[in-house]
Design a protein around this ligand. Structure first.
Ligand code: F6R
Length: 369
């Protein structure tokens, strides 16, 4: 049942090319236009959406953060991400033109369920992005988009995360297509690019030996930091969460631009820092800014573990380790850049002799508030 792997988590990391491919399956017609059959909200209602609020917890909320960058870019609809357990208590402002998108692997997370019910009660439209057929959250929502990651057994989420991000892209591109305008034209080309991602994840998974080796050396680490920017920021947060959950190591993710506003004080000789580098093709010169961040922390003695696109030579002089990921469109990069961080947490946990699939104090679905 573990497909020849020692743990469910390792298997599920290796299932990821399929999780993404299966989540894309059947969502375009022969001409490449997006079709969402599971959408029980009318096209008129969706065209009228003027605000999106994503509600989710943990890893699913990080998928929501990625969604914010992508959906705002493609649709120009403002997107907000709310932790589900906070949403209900912050007196949220919604109207009948607000679309509340919940993201949940299990479909049973009580905090997320309560947020969805509240959203509905106060008059918003609700869509559930969910991995579990017949679960409660989709039943309580106006519409559902299933992620097709297959059952996720390991407590820490991996393939469901990639499938959630994929589903968010699909939703964003669908809304863009529906609304017309300049970004609608991009929908088909982005879908094409997205279609190539599973193969790239496969390639990447074949290059993880060095990451495993690095994790093996780091079992004694007391703290590991993660930096990212733009869509790399939620990836940094997810990398830190995986390490906390699986290896019980203090870990924190930061937006790289925030470094100089405080966290750089944490950097001392030997401090390991993962840096998720934006593609050199990213807008607004973000790549150069993150390369400068690497230089700054390296000058203060940090041990820099750099995740960078294939062919990005600019990072070499400041990196203690460079972990290469295949190139893709900047907004789609999280589907690749998060993989080495999952693999790192898996092998660090293993190196410490811990139970990878069942970390202490955690349950697969949190059905209490
Ligand atoms: C992290 C993890 C949790 C879940 C969160 C939401 O590895 O598994 O953070 O992502 O509890 O769970 P779902 O997606 O089932 O609502």
């Amino acid at each position: 049942e573990k497909g020849g792997y020692a743990t469910f988590m390792e298997k599920e990391i290796h299932d990821q090319p399929h999780a993404v491919a299966d989540t894309l399956l059947g969502r375009t017609d022969e001409s490449g236009r997006l079709v969402l059959d599971e959408m029980n909200i009318s096209e008129e209602q969706l065209k009228a959406v003027d605000r999106i609020i994503v509600v989710a917890c943990g890893t699913a909320a990080y998928a929501g953060m990625v969604a914010k960058y992508a959906i705002e870019h493609w649709t120009r609809i403002p997107v907000e991400v709310a932790l589900a357990h906070e949403f209900r208590y912050c007196d949220p402002i919604v109207s009948e033109r607000t679309l509340v998108v919940s993201i949940s692997q299990s479909g049973e997370t009580m905090d997320t369920l309560m947020a969805v019910k509240h959203a509905r009660d106060i008059g918003a439209m609700t869509i559930s992005i969910c991995n579990t057929h017949g679960s409660t959250i989709p039943r309580e929502s106006d519409a559902v988009l299933y992620t097709h990651a297959g059952p996720e057994i390991a407590v820490a989420s991996t393939k469901a995360f990639l499938a959630q991000i994929t589903c968010c892209y699909v939703l964003g591109l669908y809304l863009a297509q529906l609304r017309g305008g300049s970004y609608a034209d991009d929908a088909q080309s982005v879908m094409k690019e997205l279609g190539q991602v599973p193969e790239k994840i496969e390639t990447l998974l074949g290059q993880m030996d060095r990451v495993k080796e690095i994790a093996g050396f780091m079992a004694d680490s007391r703290s590991v930091l993660f930096l990212g920017r733009h869509v790399g920021y939620p990836v940094a947060l997810e990398g830190a969460l995986k390490l906390k959950e699986l290896a019980y190591i203090h870990a924190e993710g930061f937006a790289a631009g925030e470094l100089k506003h405080g966290p750089i004080a944490l950097i001392e000789p030997g401090q390991p820092v993962f840096v998720v580098v934006p593609s050199p093709t990213s807008e607004h010169g973000l790549h150069g800014k993150v390369v400068s961040n690497i230089q700054e922390i390296r000058a203060r003695g940090a041990r820099t573990l750099v995740i960078a696109e294939e062919g990005d030579e600019a990072v070499e002089p400041f990196a203690d380790e460079v972990i290469r990921v295949p190139a893709t469109a900047p907004l789609l990069a999280p589907l690749l850049t998060v993989v080495p961080l999952q693999v790192f947490a898996l092998w660090l946990s293993t190196a410490k002799g811990l139970d990878v699939d069942q970390p202490r104090n955690l349950a697969k679905s949190v059905t209490v508030e």
